[in-house]
Design a protein around this ligand. Structure first.
Ligand SMILES: [Zn+2]
Length: 180
């Protein structure tokens, strides 16, 4: 399974009704036949029917609801500390490097602490001896699926201090707020 970002659908996957600003959406996280996790977003009208047909199925991993909040992309010349976490997370999560993927995990923890990310689910794939963490971005409604690197507390602390140095280089400035 690749690391993955899945955006909130523009329309309900069942009835194609647009999911517009302020609407409630219902997100079902399901395991596809290829073994990847896919999100399916439904409108409030389709939800009771979808709930009835999916309830109790082993391929339904998780469910949550949210309110549609489309975020305008605005260029920020000086990103705030938590925005830097997000910029780096999006950069590192597509990297092939093992180290970058570990940083992605640390950044997800930091974003969770900032209440930008909420942890929705942990998925254990016993066959692959891997576990995955599913985070939702509370502002954009995107789903981020990360492999859990299973780090020890010491490793987490080491990576945090490496990350702090890296962030100073990336943004050419000293962070006022400690990345801890
Ligand atoms: Zn619908």
């Amino acid at each position: 399974m690749d690391w993955d970002i899945q955006s909130l659908s523009k329309v309900c996957v069942q009835c194609q009704h647009p999911l517009t600003e302020g609407n409630v959406f219902h997100c079902f996280l399901v395991l596809s036949s290829e073994g990847s996790l896919e999100r399916k977003d439904f409108c409030g009208g389709c939800y009771p029917q979808m709930k009835a047909s999916w309830e109790g199925r082993p391929d339904l991993y998780s469910y949550w609801e949210g309110r549609v909040q489309r975020v305008e992309e605005m260029p920020q010349p000086k990103p705030l500390p938590y925005e830097r976490f997000e910029i780096l997370l999006r950069k590192y999560m597509v990297s092939e490097s093992d180290r970058d993927r570990k940083f992605t995990y640390i950044l997800a923890l930091l974003l969770e602490r900032k209440k930008i990310f909420v942890h929705r689910e942990s998925v254990i794939r016993e066959a692959q001896d891997k576990s995955f963490l599913v985070y939702e971005h509370l502002e954009t409604g995107e789903t981020f699926i990360l492999e859990d690197p299973r780090l020890s507390l010491n490793q987490v602390e080491e990576l945090k201090s490496e990350l702090k140095d890296l962030m100073e280089q990336e943004f050419q400035t000293v962070l006022v707020e400690k990345a801890s």
